[in-house]
Design a protein around this ligand. Structure first.
Ligand SMILES: *[C@@H]1O[C@H](CO)[C@@H](O)[C@H](O)[C@H]1NC(C)=O
Length: 1000
């Protein structure tokens, strides 16, 4: 017997047998939730030091992050939830983006696509528990980190106890808190956890005290006052222990986040030394020993900035190998509340993102922006999450020490064991976590039949490069004791008539499984060695794509798979939160649901190819009818009692318009350059002081757009002056955030542009003025791209208050005060015109102010054009519009994208400077910066596109160069054709165009 040392709280015990240190599984959940009178607020969601309980049942909250506001098609929420549930997850965490709900201080609105109830209903329908994260500060790579632009006017430090800031949050916190409270599990809803604040972890040195318990308590009390009684959980940006139980302003459950591999998508194969966390378990025991170990965000992908490499590269950096090594490391710490950020990223449509990112928020996550489940990391995650669904011992196991010698024959490996009663888990990784070596080893297992060095029947185990394994011993499979398995368990299930166990390994690996069955016979495949010992049996095999099935006793079937084959298997629960009658299916692309009624089995799923389906377990004893997506399907029963059927896919006819062949219309969207244009209705920039306490004015009046209520999209300034003839140059310091651009004109004359670069958040430009005539009036027109407002991650930096617009200016030979400025952004500013698409969707260009991006715009009257590929011949802004019908076949998921051709670099490789916005039925679904990149393809979901009707598409084209610009090519492309049982997607009905009163 080896010595095993465990950490139990702060007490170090030396155990002489595995069992000595273990404790019983189950037990009575403790009611930790107390109000000030020490009465439990509710008893549905409880916890102990190991895990959550829901209605007394211990659960691993296995969750993925999914933001409803990044998919403004409520009828697609269920699609994403089902794809998350199909992973074996039971949870979803979501942020709420305040800036979309309170565009004007004092006016909270969560209607239409911003309504949260459809999200809650879809979660309930899918059997998903929710963690609600309303902020008010969320970060989340959204504009202002969630803060509405008007917070730039708050006289108080953001995220502190300053009364003006706290007061600014009150309406939102109360309103959204009440919406969340109604959807708590205690009211029959899906919400079981709520997180106040977010990553309240770092501050500048002038913030005292920090973390401030007065502030944090205020945020918590706002939620409690709104009726929230489920546990509050924190999300520390690093494992600092702030606000943990026992600390001031404690939450109920302490959690932290972690992005250990960082965001360097430029080097997707580089895993820097030392990036694997190793201290998190011991920190947890110091910081919050009485709460479940909770990683409230763990890296599921990466954000990508303007000029980045694109999300496909991020999905390589954070791929299936990353999941195997890093997630299994987290399991070795006993994580029991585990949220993958993001599981589905979605889209920064309508200017909702921050300047550090572009339109796509794909994030390289398991489910793509197009809602496809084709990335291998999706399948890997499914293997992992399903294992924990059937391994309850994991949640109550005592965690052992990581060791390089105790458990294996190779010191190149680190093994962290965990023990529950007799069951043991061995988490194996390379000691140098980023090693690319293939390391052979034997595993030392401790079992109820003695200790073994395995494999016993020859060969050795192998850890191939960036891999990690979870081996088990004395692992219960419905009454059959698996003495040990080096192959990893995907799932098992005991049915009335048989028990199924599915294990898998990597290609060509040797594995061994030993169990206490009396007989074992190979009933499919070839190769395994089977050896009967005194009171157990060993099976040893080399993994290949040739499936092997071993029958144990009369009714246990062990499937020995290679990992790639295992990816095609699905475990589908029939009940929402109960795996007691789950159905195991080998079915390829996606299985959404399985329902047994009498002798009928109904499967609903998606198929991207002709697929042979096997119902491995859970079918009615004598299956009479099998329906697949509602169609009765012939099936047969094989000798093992498995039902098989074939789903034949015929790719439908898909007619997608060739955009270049459509009739387009054109409108000049910078009429401000015409001498007849009147800016009489524009806002005068006449504030002599700014409300912004972060940056003092360096101009006679404020030119900060948020001082005047303009927080989103393109900004325009008009500077009027009467010339003296002494003017030679115009100097502008403009700030729009990363990758912003600026163009300046004098009357109708183009002065020049700052085209923008990926990293520049602001720019100094000096433009030469033509000869001005003394005594004549002139007007400067300045266009600035507001890329969104900065986040406010570190308290005290006040970065969210970085103003947008003109920071400073000079006309040579003149006083600054000689220029009288006006400005505009979106029509109405905080009294924004389009309530259905929210406060951020439209910017300040002429076409947007008029609402010409909306369906129903009077575009037929505009001039004929060949479209954005015809371009415009001079610097300025053109607006192109067209309409087309779609009639796509029902029963298919056919994600579409708009793809810009990116080949208009000139001979020297220099890209023409232009910016385009794509509007689809009024929704801004793309912001393309040709000279910065990287995004050229813009997915637009069904529901924004009407697949059975007319679609209105508009493209704004801002040419920043003298010679104008044209879009080299613009195509509508089919990203995939997947037959689906999902059912219909409702087209979102946003406001249509009507003539806007007072539009200028
Ligand atoms: C902000 O508040 C401080 C302290 O009350 C006050 O001195 C200052 O004038 C205020 N600033 C603005 C812009 O209102």
């Amino acid at each position: 017997m080896k010595l095993v040392i465990h950490l139990l709280g702060a007490v170090v015990l030396v155990c002489f047998a595995v069992q000595t240190c273990a404790r019983a599984i189950g037990g009575t959940p403790k009611l930790w939730i107390k109000d000030s009178t020490q009465k439990p607020l509710q008893d549905i969601v409880t916890w102990d030091e190991n895990s959550l309980f829901v209605r007394g049942e211990r659960i691993f909250f296995f969750s993925g992050e999914f933001h409803p506001f990044r998919l403004p098609v409520p009828s697609l929420y269920l699609d994403v939830f089902q794809k998350i549930k199909a992973l074996g997850f039971n949870g979803v965490s979501f942020y709420i983006h305040w800036a979309l709900l309170e565009g004007k201080p004092g006016e909270f609105s969560a209607e239409g696509v911003f309504s949260l109830e459809p999200f809650f209903e879809a979660a309930t329908k899918a059997g998903i528990y929710l963690l609600a994260r309303p902020g008010p500060y969320i970060n989340a790579e959204v504009s202002g980190g969630g803060f509405p632009g008007w917070l730039q006017r708050v006289n108080g430090t953001l995220r502190t106890r300053d009364p003006e800031y706290l007061h600014a949050t009150d309406l939102y916190a109360k309103s959204v808190g009440e919406i969340i409270a109604k959807a708590q599990i205690t009211n029959g809803g899906p919400i079981i956890l709520v997180q106040p604040e977010n990553e309240y972890t770092g501050a500048t040195s002038d913030i005292h005290p920090f973390p401030d318990p007065v502030y944090m308590q205020y945020v918590e009390d706002q939620l409690k006052d709104a009726g929230i009684i489920v546990p509050l959980i924190s999300n520390d940006a690093s494992a600092s222990g702030d606000n943990a139980p026992g600390q001031p302003a404690a939450v109920d459950i302490y959690g932290h986040d972690g992005y250990p591999l960082g965001f360097d998508c430029a080097n997707p194969y580089t895993w820097p030394d030392g990036d694997l966390p190793t201290t998190w378990r011991s920190l947890h025991l110091q910081q919050s020993p009485n709460t479940p170990y909770s990683i409230v965000e763990f890296q599921g992908g990466s954000f990508d900035p303007w000029g980045g490499l694109g999300f496909e590269q991020c999905s390589v950096l954070l791929n299936n190998e990353f999941e195997r090594v890093f997630y299994k490391n987290d399991y070795s710490f006993g994580v029991a509340i585990f949220n993958i950020y993001m599981i589905f990223g979605g889209t920064n449509w309508g200017n909702l993102g921050h300047p550090g990112g572009y339109t796509s928020y794909d994030y390289g996550s398991s489910i793509t922006e197009e809602r496809l489940v084709t990335r291998e990391k999706y399948s890997e995650l499914k293997l992992e999450a399903n294992f924990f669904k059937v391994s309850p011992a994991y949640l109550v196991a005592e965690r052992g020490y990581a060791s390089n010698s105790t458990w294996t024959s190779s010191t190149a490996l680190t093994v962290t064991p965990a023990f529950a009663n007799s069951t043991a888990f061995y988490f194996v990784r390379h000691a140098a976590y980023n090693s690319l070596e293939s390391t052979s080893y034997k595993l030392n297992v401790q079992t109820s039949r003695g200790n073994f060095s395995v494999p016993q029947l020859g060969g050795s185990l192998t850890l191939n490069g960036r891999d990690s394994k979870i081996h088990v011993s004395d692992y219960d499979v419905g009454g059959l004791n698996i003495l040990y398995s080096t192959a990893e368990v995907f799932t098992w299930k005991k049915y009335d008539s048989k028990t199924i166990l599915i294990v898998y390994g990597g290609p060509s690996e040797t594995h061994e499984i030993a169990f206490q069955g009396s007989t074992a016979t190979l009933v499919e495949g070839s190769g395994p060695k089977i050896s009967k010992k005194k009171d157990y049996t060993i099976v040893n095999w080399e993994v290949s794509s040739d499936r092997k099935i071993v029958k144990v006793n009369s009714d246990v079937f062990i499937y020995l798979l290679d990992r790639n084959s295992a990816y095609d298997y699905w475990v589908v629960d029939q009940a929402l939160h109960n795996a007691s009658n789950s159905v195991i299916v080998n079915a390829g692309y996606l299985v959404r649901s399985a329902t047994v009624k009498g002798n009928t089995l109904a499967l609903v799923g998606d198929f991207n190819a002709t697929t042979t389906i096997e119902v491995i377990g859970g079918a009615p004893k004598s299956l009479a009818k099998l329906t697949i997506n509602g169609h009765s399907t012939p099936f047969r029963k094989d000798k093992l009692g498995v039902y098989t059927a074939i789903v034949t896919i015929e790719k439908p006819n898909i007619n997608i318009p060739d955009l270049s062949k459509l009739k387009w219309k054109y409108l000049d969207s910078l009429p401000e350059l015409q001498s007849t244009y009147s800016d009489a209705s524009w806002t005068s920039a006449d504030l002599k002081t700014t409300y912004n306490t972060h940056r003092p004015l360096t101009t006679p009046t404020s030119l900060y757009s948020s001082d005047y209520g303009y927080h989103t999209g393109t900004l325009l300034y008009r500077g009027h002056f009467t010339a003296t003839g002494a003017e030679d140059t115009l100097f502008l310091w403009t700030q729009g955030g990363s990758a912003s651009g600026t163009s300046a004109f004098l009357n109708s004359t183009f002065l020049g542009s700052w085209a923008g670069t990926d990293v520049a958040t602001n720019a100094n430009s000096t433009f030469t003025l033509p000869n001005l005539v003394a005594g004549k009036p002139y007007v400067l027109t300045v266009v600035i791209d507001n890329m969104g407002l900065d986040e406010d991650w570190t308290v005290g930096t006040e970065l969210m208050k970085n103003p947008r617009g003109i920071l400073n200016y000079a006309v040579s030979g003149r006083e600054q005060s000689a220029i009288a400025w006006k400005l505009t952004g979106n029509l109405g500013g905080e009294d924004y015109a389009d309530r259905s698409r929210g406060p951020l969707n439209e910017g300040g260009t002429f076409a947007e102010r008029q609402g010409f991006h909306l369906p129903g715009a009077p575009f037929e009257a505009w001039e004929d054009s060949a479209g954005p590929t015809a371009g415009i011949a001079a610097a300025g802004i053109g607006f192109f519009a067209t309409a087309f019908e779609l009639d796509l076949p029902a029963g298919y998921d056919i994600p579409l994208s708009f793809a810009f051709t990116n080949s208009s670099d000139d001979a020297s490789g220099r890209a023409t400077a232009y910016r385009a916005q794509l509007f689809v039925n009024g929704w801004q679904y793309g912001k393309y910066v040709h000279n910065v990149g990287p995004q050229t393809r813009f997915p637009v979901p069904e529901g924004i596109l009407d697949y059975k009707g007319t679609n209105y598409v508009a493209v704004s084209l801002w040419a920043l160069e003298e010679g104008g610009a044209k879009v080299e090519g613009l195509e509508l492309v089919v990203d995939a054709v997947v037959e689906t049982g999902y059912g219909g997607v409702e087209t979102v009905k946003g406001d249509t165009w009507t003539k806007r009163k007072g539009a200028y």
